[in-house]
Design a protein around this ligand. Structure first.
Ligand SMILES: Cc1cc2nc3c(=O)[nH]c(=O)nc-3n(C[C@H](O)[C@H](O)[C@H](O)COP(=O)(O)O)c2cc1C
Length: 263
């Protein structure tokens, strides 16, 4: 079982300590293999907004050399752990920058069937919003129902370290079991809606979607409202697809013009 861990803080502080505890627990399982990547080691410049990952493909990103390892590890893993910390009530910029470089994954979601976990810390406020954001990112790449761990300084002071360790070990065990069981996690209606919005948008008249069309075709994603079982929500996805398709074909032309004026 391959697990990818992305350490999102620039230092080996609170977030790293919790994440490392989870990794150590997972490594007690004989079938687990962990790959750890830290944003601090990537030397990743800010996303330049060149849009080539959307239009031509992620391999054309000017920062592809720094990103290549992350991208292939994401594709190869069975489970992924994203960790991040809270700066100004939001995800810290270094981790956000990494996610910006993976934004094409929302247009071309490729991680269906993998399992996720998110870990977020703060000194007192904002870690839950950060965790929610990280979970949303996983969801838009195709990973449903990620396990969430959050901790702020107040909680750290109030809870005994033994109790906290037990709590985190339990979460790690749940994550392991989730991957091992190959259990299906039903997508939320929102995930299906957004997936279908992108499914429809890829067909519109955008100036920058050649790569998306190819991807959706190759994956066979145009054939169904969601790539994994979605139950009755599937119908809502199909309706969303039809609605957005008509809307985006109309709006696509306007957006293409807008992009062209920015060049
Ligand atoms: C620039 C900066 C901004 C921060 N903003 C917040 C904040 O908005 N809310 C909060 O509770 N803690 C904030 N903190 C504290 C960190 O979130 C907290 O110490 C966190 O656990 C640090 O994680 P790390 O040890 O993994 O780096 C901030 C810290 C820094 C350096």
């Amino acid at each position: 079982m391959k697990i990818l861990i992305i350490h999102g803080s620039m230092r080996k502080g609170n977030t790293y300590a919790i994440t490392k505890g989870i990794v150590n627990f997972l490594l007690t399982k004989p079938d687990v293999e962990c790959t750890e990547i830290s944003v601090a080691d990537l030397e990743l410049s800010f996303c330049r907004s060149c849009h080539v990952c959307f239009s031509k493909g992620e391999e054309h990103c000017p920062h592809h050399t720094a990103m290549r390892g992350v991208q292939s590890a994401l594709m190869e893993c069975d489970g992924v752990i994203l960790s991040g910390t809270t700066y100004m009530w939001a995800l810290n910029a270094a981790m956000k920058n990494l996610l910006d470089h993976l934004a094409y994954g929302v247009h071309r979601p490729a991680l269906f069937g993998k399992k996720g976990m998110v870990i977020a810390t703060s000194a007192g406020n904002g870690e839950k919003a950060v965790a929610k954001y990280l979970k949303t990112a996983l969801g838009q790449w195709g990973i449903n129902g990620a396990i969430v761990i959050t901790q702020n300084t107040k909680e750290r002071q109030l809870q005994s370290s033994d109790k906290t360790a037990v709590k985190f070990d339990r979460a790690a065990e749940r994550f392991y079991q989730l991957i091992a069981s190959n259990r299906f996690i039903a997508p939320k209606l929102k995930s299906i809606a957004v997936h279908n919005a992108f499914r429809a948008m890829s067909l519109s008249d955008f100036a920058e979607n050649e790569c998306d069309i190819q991807f959706w075709q190759q994956q066979g994603f145009y054939d169904r409202a969601y790539p994994v079982k979605a139950g009755p929500k599937y119908v809502a996805g199909a309706l969303m697809y039809e609605a957005v398709k008509h809307l985006t074909i109309m709006l696509g032309r306007t957006y293409a013009k807008h992009l062209n004026t920015q060049k």
